[in-house]
Design a protein around this ligand. Structure first.
Ligand SMILES: [Zn+2]
Length: 232
């Protein structure tokens, strides 16, 4: 096993090397907390007021569902895991504005303290603005799992959500999503399990070459630190 630094370097190189002009941008969010609340992980959290100010700065007409990711200038908003706070604060905000959004659900976290409940899921399943994506069952580091475990984690989370929704689940996001967390074999499994797109945490825009092999699409992390740096 190569040292972790090797994969971190590969990730940095991938993020900085030229990939051609940007087609679209995918944003990744986790927790969205109200003033006075303490998030579970500050590195993956943004306050509701900062989130709302950032959302105001985006061109709402460009915010799309994943199947339209090849539209030039499109923006995809994704929420991972998925936290009760996102459901309580961010999603009503998006629904109020009529903006589409995507939730990547680790199905084993459903009903756990701080995460979506089954009734949250049922309510989102009825929302035409919401696209469901799979995020495995147990949120493991897939590089270190056996191949049949990886397949089961992908398939079981897909099957659970499809049974709930009564429609196909086309999107998958890798837990952790880094080059370190995901092997080439893991990435190939996304297609083999019947997904149409896979999402990573490579931090850059999506290009035409990414969309030709859309199994490890990049996403930009949105948290307080990143938005503060942008002046929000
Ligand atoms: Zn996750």
């Amino acid at each position: 096993m190569l040292p972790r630094q090797f994969y971190s370097l590969r990730q940095k190189i991938n993020e900085r090397m030229p990939h051609g002009p940007a087609v679209s941008t995918v944003y990744m969010l986790h927790e969205v907390y109200a003033e006075g609340e303490t998030p579970q992980d500050a590195g993956c959290a943004v306050s509701l007021s900062r989130f709302a100010a950032w959302l105001d700065s985006l061109d709402a007409a460009r915010i799309i569902a994943p199947e339209h990711l090849s539209a030039q200038g499109s923006i995809l908003l994704t929420f991972d895991d998925i936290f009760a706070s996102a459901c309580r604060w961010a999603i009503p905000h998006l629904r109020g504005r009529g903006l589409p959004y995507t939730v990547f659900i680790a199905t084993g976290l459903v009903g756990k303290q701080g995460y979506f409940s089954e009734s949250d899921l049922r309510s989102l399943a009825a929302d035409p603005l919401c696209t469901f994506g799979a995020h495995t069952v147990h949120h493991g580091l897939l590089r270190f799992e056996a191949e049949d475990t990886v397949r089961r984690e992908m398939r079981d989370s897909k099957d659970y959500l499809e049974a709930l929704l009564g429609r196909e689940v086309e999107d998958f996001a890798f837990p952790y999503g880094s080059v370190y967390a995901c092997s080439r074999a893991n990435i190939e499994q996304v297609q083999a399990c019947g997904f149409r797109r896979g999402f990573s945490t490579l931090s850059r825009s999506v290009t035409a070459s990414d969309l030709r092999e859309p199994w490890f699409l990049p996403r930009r992390n949105i948290n307080d630190t990143n938005l503060q740096r942008k002046g929000f």
